[in-house]
Write a protein that binds this ligand. Structure first.
Ligand SMILES: Cc1ncc(COP(=O)(O)O)c(C=O)c1O
Length: 388
């Protein structure tokens, strides 16, 4: 006989994300406290810089307190000013565009490529005007954008090419790591990402000529970094800047996570594959699509999503998961159609693919300790896809 009251296990809800301690986080935080420097740029920050350079292939790394902060630094380094334009996808998080708006410049949104969900280089080429200064490319779901095509456009028009690699640490494009594919790149260590420090981020630089100014911008517009290295006798205000660096406790936590980046990525990639194989094999009564994987890329298991038939189907699916104890959000509300976006940006070309994808995409739970709960997510999702 079936129990009328479901067992407690069935009622336990599966979150969309759950940060995990993966290694020596507590040891390193204790050690940082004992070392006696809690402000930024101490021993753990230096260790993180070296680890991020090794993983991203970038020549220089600077920890920031978020990817948002790193994007703001990128916009200052690009010398954006009122009247300037930056080309970027509308299908992204607000921070990519806010960084441009904070400089008084104008975001110019272009559509994404249906095959990759990343910015479409053909649309970028069409959007270039004499006012264009930079391209901010987002590596959606951790899969790098078509950076060779974007680099060719940037070279032709003398534009700065910035990777918003918030989701892409550990991913590659044509064998090269995200973070080494443009002039600079920005990473996020927010707790929803693969490698976390609560809030956190980094700016990586491939151009040596930008490094000194980046250090100054990050240190409130002063040459304090140079002073701390003994390269100048006193430090003073030399440029605009802000306090973009995190303290050592954050860096200590982050370093413990970075030490396990391959293990975290591999666990997430195997969850991605488990989801992929299970959904590829089901007999669906309701139409859906699997994630689109861009050519010449490897991912990092950051995100697993499904594309459903319509916005209504997605709402129904999310509700079905919710009543069965599974939290599944959607992503993103396109920026060109947001109330503030309409007031401070413009679009170039149609936004059909952005609008379509944004209405139909749903993300499934994906985190390091998901374990066997992935089976339950698959079982419940398959019931809905099967017509229940
Ligand atoms: C593409 C993209 N850029 C920037 C950010 C902002 O990252 P943070 O929360 O570290 O500021 C996010 C956050 O999810 C993102 O997805």
């Amino acid at each position: 006989m079936e129990a009328l009251v479901p067992p407690a296990e069935a009622l336990r809800s599966i979150p969309f994300n759950k940060p995990a301690v993966v290694g020596r986080e507590f040891d390193y935080i204790r050690d940082a406290i004992h070392r006696g420097q809690l402000s930024g740029d101490g021993a753990y920050t230096q260790k993180c810089h070296a680890a991020i350079c090794a993983m991203s292939g970038a020549a220089h790394a600077l920890l920031t307190h978020s990817c948002t902060a790193a994007l703001e630094m990128a916009a200052i380094l690009a010398d954006l000013k009122p009247g300037d334009e930056v080309i970027l996808p509308s299908y992204t998080f607000v921070s990519t565009a806010n960084a441009v708006v904070l400089r008084g410049a104008t975001p110019v949104f272009v559509d994404i490529d249906a095959a990759t969900l990343n910015i479409d280089p053909r649309r970028v080429a069409e959007a270039v005007t004499p006012r264009t200064r930079a391209i901010f490319a987002v590596h959606y779901a951790g899969f790098p954008a078509d950076m060779d095509a974007l680099a060719a456009i940037a070279r032709k028009h003398d534009l700065l090419l910035v990777e918003d690699a918030a989701q892409a640490l550990g991913s590659t494009y044509k064998g090269r790591p995200a973070g080494s594919l443009g002039d600079m790149a920005t990473f996020s260590f927010h707790e929803t990402k693969n490698i976390v420090s609560g809030e956190g981020g980094a700016l990586t630089l491939m151009r040596p000529d930008l490094v000194q100014r980046a250090e100054i911008i990050r240190e409130k517009g002063t040459n304090r970094s140079k002073f701390m290295r003994g390269e100048t006798a006193k430090y003073t205000w030399v440029d605009i800047g802000s306090s973009f660096l995190p303290g050592e406790l954050i860096a200590a936590f982050l370093y413990a996570q970075l030490e396990h980046e391959p293990r975290i990525r591999n666990r997430r990639l195997s969850l991605f594959q488990q989801y992929y194989d299970a959904f590829a094999g089901i007999d669906a009564a309701r139409p859906f699509e699997l994630p689109r994987i861009p050519d010449h890329t490897t991912g990092n298991g950051h995100m697993f999503y499904l594309l459903l038939e319509s916005r209504e189907a997605r709402t129904d699916f999310i509700e079905f998961l919710k009543v069965n104890g599974i939290l599944a959000p959607f992503h993103y509300v396109p920026l060109h159609s947001s109330p503030f976006g309409r007031s401070c940006s413009r679009t170039s070309g149609e936004m059909d693919i952005t609008d379509d994808i944004a209405a139909r995409l749903v993300r499934l739970p994906m985190f390091f300790t998901l374990g066997q709960d992935a089976d339950r997510v698959i079982e419940v999702a398959a019931r809905w896809l099967g017509g229940e």
